[in-house]
Design a protein around this ligand. Structure first.
Ligand code: 13P
Length: 253
């Protein structure tokens, strides 16, 4: 954790969930309301088709709703794409940009991600900007270099701690059950913090840096206790309310 920074636990449902999954959203809202704890912010980034209904179910109080991608433009001839303004209109307060699955499946570059982050800010939603190395890059000793380069290239100049969240997600840890050692997480998060401070000063000191990749209820407390880890971006374990709530509970007081 970073002193004075409110942690965030954000779920990323990826391409999972139809209307039948709204019961999980309601159960998460009930669980968070019952616990009454305000130590962390909680968010679910659901498929675009669910944002409106999930936002209605969340009611805005204890659970924020986010999207998982946006187009850089506000509107126009871009069949199948969704703008940040549309996400906001549907009830999203944040959007993930530059997830490794987008970088890989859709060839998104740092420049693409930077434009999408700027689009999120234009629409008044928080950009959750993802960075992280592949297994091969980690094995070649390139984790620091790759993460730094992605960070430098994916964030527009007018970043603030309010309009942005950084998520470090080593690609090889996503959905694999593999997690870097605590020391390795600490090293990359310290590197990200240093670079953010060097470029953005006080805003970089306060910006939230999440860890993502195989976070479960069993390892969340240990990971959240690491310096400069200000919460998590949770994939598989955010799909079930009980798992997600247990991870929210793991945030230290
Ligand atoms: O990609 C992730 C979140 O964006 C992490 O996914 P898992 O938690 O399923 O490893």
């Amino acid at each position: 954790m970073t002193p004075g920074v409110k942690p965030l636990v954000a779920g990323n449902w990826k391409m999972n969930g139809t209307g039948a999954a709204l019961g999980e959203v309601r159960a998460i809202v009930e669980g968070l309301s019952a616990s009454g704890s305000a130590v962390a912010d909680a968010m679910l980034c659901v498929p675009a088709t669910l944002i409106g209904r999930a936002a209605d179910a969340a009611g805005g109080a204890v659970l924020e709703i986010g999207g998982q991608d946006c187009h850089a433009k506000e509107s126009g001839a871009h069949t199948g794409d969704v703008s940040a303004e549309m996400l906001r209109d549907a009830g999203a307060s944040a959007v993930i940009v530059g997830h490794s699955e987008r970088r890989t499946d859709h060839g998104e570059t740092d420049a693409t991600v930077r434009d999408k982050a700027a689009a999120a800010w234009r629409a008044g939603v928080t950009a959750i900007i993802c960075v992280g190395e592949t297994r091969e890059q980690r094995e070649n000793g390139e984790a620091e270099r790759v993460t730094s380069a992605q960070l430098d290239g994916s964030i527009p100049d007018d970043m603030t701690a309010g309009n942005t969240v950084i998520a470090y997600e080593p690609v090889w840890a996503i959905g694999t059950g593999l997690v870097p050692s605590n020391d390795d997480i600490a090293a990359i998060h310290a590197l990200i913090r240093d670079r953010m401070e060097a470029r953005f000063g006080g805003e970089g000191r306060k910006v939230r840096i999440l860890y993502g990749g195989s976070v479960k209820s069993g390892n969340a407390a240990e990971i959240f206790a690491i310096d400069n880890v200000d919460g998590g971006l949770i994939g598989g374990a955010s799909l079930k309310a009980a798992d997600f709530l247990a991870i929210c509970d793991a945030v230290p007081d």
